[in-house]
Design a binder for this molecule. Structure first.
Ligand SMILES: NC(=O)c1ccc[n+]([C@@H]2O[C@H](COP(=O)([O-])OP(=O)(O)OC[C@H]3O[C@@H](n4cnc5c(N)ncnc54)[C@H](OP(=O)(O)O)[C@@H]3O)[C@@H](O)[C@H]2O)c1
Length: 312
């Protein structure tokens, strides 16, 4: 922080060059965890603010000394107001998949108009960035947002986030150990999934340092895994035999429908599994490892935490 003292008309004026970081999606998992890591990195809470839609959901942030700014991606004026005086903006992608392109355009325009210096955006990672991807519904708005960021003239950093490893148990189903069966149309495809908290930690490291303007980071693990790998590691951890069956996508969707799973979930699970079968999620690399200063948590460690003797 640069502090400038000057004497003007006998008034002592204290000008602080506050490098304010604003985190959007701060009531959600990614934003909240990033704020915790910013604080752990020694960034003062007086230099962190949080965009929230509902103040009542943000009592914990307030208790940590983080200033709340009320705003909604749908409300341009609220964003303009919230972004005033912000230097770095962590723009966490919205969760309303069908409407988020317009929301994201609002965020970028408002950031630009407010004079934000750098936008760090949580994007998406998939090898197939075309309409032919089963994940196009999810990826389309991310890719559009990346294009808008690059055109904006504001310094940007794009985080191409892989699948959260935290979601693997949801793909497996809560009774996977009892049934001994993993049933997903992912074939032999692999995914370089990473714990969400580790992506948030790396994001906080980016926000706490310089040299990231114009960079595109691939947040992946150092090795990718298939559901065959998951089955064999789960068998080892649980002491039970866990098999993996990869049905055709249609059969999978029909089976889940018959079991009463809501259509939205079926659509999401099957598109991720089919994209994985196609090899779209298999990317690995060292970007995250370099930003964390260690290897990200492996599948085996994660599964042991969740399904091992001390898990649950
Ligand atoms: N890589 C992956 O595997 C993966 C998986 C799921 C999601 N994602 C993406 O990553 C983002 C962050 O993940 P997460 O786990 O932190 O999600 P999350 O826990 O659902 O948090 C989403 C955050 O976005 C905020 N938000 C949603 N719509 C908004 C709007 N119109 N205006 C302002 N804020 C809005 C929510 O605010 P409220 O608390 O007010 O609702 C919440 O704080 C998600 O939003 C999604 O785009 C990635």
């Amino acid at each position: 922080m640069i502090v400038t003292l000057c004497n003007k008309s006998n008034n002592l004026i204290l000008k602080r060059n506050k490098k304010m970081i604003l985190v959007t999606g701060a009531t959600g998992n990614f934003g909240k965890t990033t704020i915790d890591f910013l604080l752990r990195n020694g960034i003062s809470s007086t230099h962190i603010s949080a965009l929230v839609r509902d103040e009542e959901k943000a009592a914990d942030l307030k208790n940590k000394g983080v200033a709340l700014r009320i705003g909604d991606y749908n409300n341009y004026a609220s964003l303009l107001n919230a972004f005033r005086g912000v230097e770095k903006l962590l723009f966490v992608s919205g969760s309303d998949i069908l409407n988020r392109s317009a929301q994201h355009q609002n965020v970028i325009e408002a950031a630009k108009e407010s004079g934000v210096k750098q936008i760090v955006y949580t994007s998406f990672q998939g090898k197939n960035e075309t309409e032919s991807s089963p994940l196009w519904l999810v990826s389309q708005s991310h890719l559009q947002t990346e294009a808008w960021l690059k055109e904006s003239g504001v310094d940007y950093t794009i985080l191409k986030n892989t699948l959260y490893m935290d979601f693997i148990p949801a793909f497996l189903g809560e009774k996977v150990i009892d049934t001994g069966l993993i049933y997903l149309p992912a074939s032999k495809g692999k995914v370089g999934a990473v714990l969400r908290s580790e992506m948030a930690e790396a994001t906080a490291n980016i926000l706490s340092s310089s040299g990231h303007a114009g960079k595109v980071y691939r947040f992946t693990n150092y090795e990718a895994f298939s559901y065959h790998d998951v089955a064999s590691q789960l068998s080892e951890i649980s002491g039970r035999t866990i098999n993996y069956i990869s049905p055709a996508a249609d059969e999978y969707m029909q089976t889940l429908t018959e079991h009463g799973v809501p259509a939205d979930f079926i659509g999401l699970f099957s598109s991720f599994a089919v994209a994985q079968a196609n090899g779209e999620l298999e990317t690995t690399g060292a970007d995250l490892e370099n930003l964390l200063g260690r290897k990200p948590t492996s599948l085996k460690t994660f599964l042991t935490q969740v399904y091992g003797p001390s898990g649950n």
